[in-house]
Ligand binder design. Structure first.
Ligand SMILES: Nc1ncnc2c1ncn2[C@@H]1O[C@H](COP(=O)(O)OP(=O)(O)O)[C@@H](O)[C@H]1O
Ligand SMILES: [Mg+2]
Length: 335
């Protein structure tokens, strides 16, 4: 089998706060293949962003990689120095974060900011860089690109700013695009447009996409594979359809159940996952979701389950001691 583009093994991230130690990312392993779109979902605080920041050498103070490997295109990113990482970032890995206002420079024109990436990473002269920047703005669907080149970030709407970020992320034709809550701040219509845009650009550039969101609904129509994270662990993963139609983790089941549905009766409250989100400083010794899981069994509180195959669907795996369908039947469904 071909080597995956990204191979993460046993990644563990430690956070130090006074005398306390926590693990926001607690031993995760996964592969991302060439041309694959992998969605990572989970509530806020599940470690999605931290594992990406570790990959890019951008962990905030107080957080550090304790152990593991992050191999991108055959090289361990965790062994690279700052200069090598800077070259990978923006050139081989393009990144789009949630808030373009904080990633864009407010005092430079948008044209200048895109051109700069091309001058730095692609060694273009300013004139060619500018021409290419204009093409990129057109590519991401910004009308009147020539004029918009001279505008400043605050003169763009949220959706248009996110398109500018995508243009910057794609400027060097990266092999991997990471979108971390890239559409979370946008309204639903604009969100759908941005997703469509990334989907078509993916076809065009032939890149891999790591799509991170707290919204399991966003991943449904877009990713091929989905991975559900909770408390810094991977609870379930597999082909999107299989995970959505046949969830095996009570956590995935809860996320799906809390989605608004077309057949929702007006005024009927949405399912809310009981209890508190996980705290990396107070990790349970067993299944991290056990205390919020209406289907938990005694063993869930005792031992941490490893990923195991689900049925006979290739690549569908769950970290759970129980069989979800059996537990739903035994308990008569969730309260
Ligand atoms: N800047 C930070 N400093 C210290 N701890 C942080 C910081 N950001 C996040 N954390 C911790 O890391 C955990 C995981 O956060 P994060 O990866 O941002 O979650 P997600 O992206 O899934 O919402 C959080 O619950 C929090 O405890
Ligand atoms: Mg995040």
């Amino acid at each position: 089998m071909a080597e995956p583009l990204l191979r993460i093994r046993n990644l563990k991230i430690r956070i130090q706060n006074g005398g306390e130690t926590g693990y926001p990312v607690n031993d995760i392993s996964y592969d991302l293949c060439e041309n694959e779109t992998l969605g990572i979902v989970g509530e806020s605080g599940s470690g999605k962003s931290m594992h990406v920041l570790a990959m890019l050498g951008l962990l905030p103070r107080g957080l550090a990689v304790e152990s593991g490997e992050i191999v991108f295109a055959g090289r361990d990113l965790l062994k690279m120095n700052a200069q090598e990482l800077r070259n990978v970032r923006g050139k081989e890995i393009g990144i789009v974060f949630q808030d373009p206002m904080t990633s864009l420079n407010p005092v430079l024109t948008v044209g200048r900011q895109i051109s700069e990436v091309l001058v730095r990473h692609k060694r273009l002269d300013w004139r060619s860089a500018r021409a290419r920047a204009r093409e990129l703005l057109e590519l991401v669907g910004i009308p009147d690109a020539e004029r918009r080149m001279r505008a400043f970030p605050f003169q763009f709407s949220g959706g248009m700013r996110q398109r500018v970020m995508i243009a910057i992320a794609l400027a060097c034709e990266p092999r991997l695009l990471i979108a971390d809550e890239a559409t979370t701040a946008l309204d639903v219509t604009i969100q759908a447009q941005v997703i469509d845009l990334i989907r078509s650009l993916k076809e065009r550039f032939g890149m891999s996409v790591l799509w991170i969101t707290h919204d399991i609904g966003v991943v449904a129509g877009f990713a091929e594979t989905v991975q559900v994270m909770y408390a810094g662990q991977i609870m379930e993963r597999g082909p999107v359809r299989s995970v959505f139609y046949n969830p095996a983790s009570a956590y995935t089941w809860s996320l799906l159940k809390s989605l608004p549905r077309p057949d929702q009766v007006a005024g009927e409250p949405l399912y809310q996952i009981p209890g508190q989100p996980p705290n990396p400083f107070r990790l349970a010794k067993g299944d991290p979701f056990a205390e919020r899981n209406p289907f938990a069994t005694p063993r869930c509180f005792e031992e941490r389950p490893a990923l195991r195959p689900v049925g006979d669907v290739q690549g569908h795996e769950v970290a759970a001691w129980y069989d979800l369908k059996t537990r739903i039947r035994e308990t008569g469904g969730a309260a």
